[in-house]
Design a protein. Structure first.
Length: 256
């Protein structure tokens, strides 16, 4: 990618494809999940402590302190992946040849991921206290469909309808307690409404992504996106990686 400055100076900056964004985001999620499950639930067994008890244990055990620090860092990385997935979801919505197939794939893997997610994070096969991150992607994709429907009809009432759709999506991810749900829905709405207004999209996106301290960093990589969408790996490989890693880390955590 080349950028020309005001004085005609041209310099080259790196570019990244959609495939590159997917791989980077998947690695981030892998690390975050490892930190939240294997390290915090397994090695530390954080659920057995109260806040005061954990503080005392960390003060007495240097190795436990190292594990806790590493787990915290890896947990923080998770917020970095949220803007990537919200952005790629919107790009996929614009470019998909079949919305029904796209939604069906997201919904199927959200359903497939739920038991591994519950097992990895709570040690139970069914746990209604929170839902996996793909549930938020599924709700966001439904939101985009209804926003587009209102936009095609036009009019002031339809603009109010678009806002109502976003509010409903926020409500649904809150009810389902989907992991990263609020941030995912709001970012997807911003990326959709302001797709052609790069600066405003970035500013609003950074503000919303501050829900997670590492979130704004993702916008540098999104800025480097070249628009190339050719995948080097089968697209379903990215989908299946999520439940697979949850299942593997869940089993490892259980064994620890």
């Amino acid at each position: 990618m080349q950028i020309t400055g005001r004085r005609g100076v041209t310099w080259r900056v790196p570019s990244i494809t959609a495939d590159g964004l997917k791989k980077f985001a998947c690695v981030i999620v892998l690390l975050q999940t490892f930190g939240a499950t294997v390290i915090e639930k397994g090695l530390i067994n954080i659920d057995q402590y109260t806040k005061a008890g954990l503080s005392e244990a960390l003060a007495e055990d240097s190795q436990l302190m190292i594990y806790a620090g590493l787990g915290s860092v890896l947990q923080l990385l998770g917020g970095l992946a949220v803007p990537f997935f919200a952005y790629l979801l919107v790009e996929g919505f614009y470019h998909t040849s079949s919305y029904k197939k796209y939604l069906s794939a997201i919904a199927f893997f959200a359903f497939l991921s739920e038991i591994p997610y519950d097992f990895a994070y709570s040690g139970k096969l069914i746990d209604w206290s929170s839902q996996n991150a793909m549930v938020a992607l599924c709700i966001s994709l439904l939101m985009l469909y209804f926003i587009k429907m209102f936009q095609e009809k036009g009019g002031v009432l339809c603009q109010a309808g678009e806002l109502l759709v976003v509010i409903c999506a926020v409500g649904w991810v809150t009810i389902f307690r989907s992991q990263y749900g609020l941030c995912t829905v709001l970012l997807a709405a911003i990326f959709y409404f302001f797709r052609s207004r790069g600066v405003l999209r970035t500013v609003l996106g950074i503000i919303v992504s501050l829900l997670y301290i590492t979130g704004p960093i993702a916008f540098y990589f999104i800025w480097l996106y070249s628009g190339e969408r050719r995948d080097k790996l089968p697209k379903y490989a990215y989908y299946i990686l999520y439940p697979a890693q949850l299942l593997v880390f869940g089993v490892i955590t259980k064994l620890l």
